[in-house]
Design a protein around this ligand. Structure first.
Ligand code: SF4
Length: 511
């Protein structure tokens, strides 16, 4: 792979804003983007974004890098780190994976004890480098860098208003709207301007921000996306404060989980310590239940509950709701593994890794000369024939989106000699798009919005098909401190009542 400098230095500092672009060209002829075509990735929901922030560490950039590395599953398109040393605010971002962008040389250009970082799969705004984050804006309130996970839903109105008031947007990303709102706020103190601007936006946002000398972290009032706060205890000085989308990032930093940033809370960290305010309250919480189903890592604690525990319970509940006689339980790796373990244990049926996933499939590959049927899926998954041959197989997966990938996997398992293939899904049918930061196809493309369960079973060519019930899902994700969940993609009932579907995500494609 080649990498080249895409855009050079800008602004007042040495390494203030450097962007790298990963070359899409690989050795020769027919390179194809895996996410574009008839493949496994094209039929899954894409990750959202991951954010991190570090305050009070001599090598904050490296800490941010490690945390982003742990959050890579939340977005693989681009990544960035901004650092501040009290005087300067440097920002480096690029296309590709965290480990590809941030080499030793690159990290050396990011000095200072404070950092914020971002790893991204594009939602609103196109996926160009321009929209990679952190976004750095030189505003009337000074230099601000921002990294955002989620999706705003009153985007159009606010952007138009700000443009009428003279705002000039550098990107098409909704995250920049937040900074422009801060810049245009009438409040004098920065923290008041941030609180003011956050109370003007609707939708899903977990945000980290940085100025030359402080860090801010905030969640939207409904708490759609996760954001946790942790602490590294330093023997010879003040503690390092860290924020991350998922607690799995803390483990790599040896940080202790302290608490979640609360819905509607704005936390500020300076050299004087941590202060917090509730900038909004009273809205019912609606945290994304799909974080527990699919997005978050099983070793993370999200919304006060271990993801592993939720997925295990989803599998067990699925076995209770729709058990079927079989010889083996086989997960669709990786995300189906934990639910499959729960299912197998509850049903008393052996768990077997009957499908092996190739983890080294990149975004590009060279197609064979002649198109091979189901090539994309075969590239990524391979059946273990001796575990499947002559067996009645229960396949566990976490979603069916368009149905095309599920059909290929069912065919693959049957082709490896399975006598029967029963597909079990660890959540209810996905019938509605998400407008809160998850890249979902339009309703017309969601197979469960168009067909009954029996019609889907016929389409995917399984012997039987069953989904987890909504009650079963909510029961599985309920912990001692669990919040009220958003379930809009399973019910079509959106927590923000006035979502204008056509404005936010025009339904583009047809089945
Ligand atoms: S619509 Fe679905 S994916 Fe989107 S926030 Fe709600 S539960 Fe999560």
């Amino acid at each position: 792979m080649t990498r080249r400098l895409y855009q050079g230095v800008e602004g007042e500092t040495d390494a203030s804003e450097i962007e790298f672009k990963r070359s899409k060209t690989i050795c020769g002829k027919s390179a194809t983007c895996l996410a574009d075509g008839d493949d496994t990735l094209g039929d899954t929901l894409h990750e959202e974004c991951g954010v991190v922030a570090i305050h009070g560490h001599p090598d904050a950039a490296r800490q941010a890098y490690l945390a982003l590395y742990a959050l890579q599953h939340r977005g693989q398109e681009s990544a960035g780190i901004a650092t501040a040393d009290g005087q300067r605010l440097a920002n480096i971002k690029g296309m590709g994976l965290v480990s590809e962008i941030f080499t030793e040389d690159v990290l050396a250009k990011l000095p200072g004890p404070m950092a914020i970082g971002h790893t991204r799969y594009s939602t609103t705004g196109d996926s160009a480098l321009l929209n990679a984050q952190p976004i750095r804006v030189d505003s009337t309130k000074g230099l601000i860098a921002i990294a955002h996970n989620g999706n705003l839903v009153n985007l159009g109105n606010i952007r138009a208003r700000l443009e009428r008031e003279g705002a000039y947007f550098q990107t098409t990303s909704d995250s920049e709207i937040i900074v422009q709102l801060i810049a245009h706020s009438k409040a004098n103190a920065l923290v008041d301007a941030i609180a003011d601007s956050l109370s003007n936006i609707e939708g899903a946002f977990s945000i980290v921000m940085m100025t030359r000398d402080r860090i801010f972290a905030a969640r939207d009032p409904r708490g759609f996306r996760p954001l946790s706060m942790g602490r590294i205890r330093n023997a010879d000085g003040p503690d390092t404060i860290v924020f991350a989308s998922e607690t799995c990032a803390f483990d790599l930093l040896r940080a202790e989980f302290e608490r979640d940033v609360l819905p509607g809370e704005l936390v500020m960290v300076t050299d004087d310590g941590v202060t917090s305010r509730q900038y909004a309250s009273g809205q019912p919480q609606s945290s994304c239940v799909f974080e527990h189903v699919y997005f978050a890592r099983p070793d993370s604690k999200i919304f006060g509950r271990w993801v592993q525990e939720s997925r295990d319970q989803m599998g067990r509940q699925l076995a209770r709701e729709s058990g079927v006689a079989a010889d083996v339980v086989v997960p669709v790796p990786d995300s189906g593994v934990t639910a499959a373990l729960g299912y197998a244990e509850e049903a008393g049926i052996p768990f077997r890794m009957g499908l092996i996933r190739n983890h080294y499939v990149g975004r590009t590959f060279i197609e064979p000369e002649q198109r091979v049927r189901d090539f994309g899926v075969r590239l990524k998954l391979n059946p273990v024939r001796n575990l499947l041959e002559g067996k009645r197989v229960i396949l566990i997966d976490d979603s069916i989106i368009r149905g095309t990938t599920s059909r290929k996997i069912v065919r693959m398992v049957r082709g490896a000699g399975a006598k029967e293939v029963h597909l079990r899904i660890s959540c209810p049918p996905t019938i509605s798009p998400c407008y809160y930061g998850v890249d979902t196809p339009s309703k017309r493309e969601l197979i469960a919005a168009q067909k009954s369960v029996e019609e889907i079973r016929q389409f995917i060519e399984a012997d039987s098909l069953a989904y987890l019930s909504l009650d079963g899902l909510l029961k599985s994700c309920k912990g001692e401190q669990s919040p009220a969940y958003c379930t809009a993609c399973y019910t079509g009932e959106y927590p923000t009542a006035w979502v204008d579907v056509e404005d936010i995500l025009p339904a583009a494609a047809t089945l």
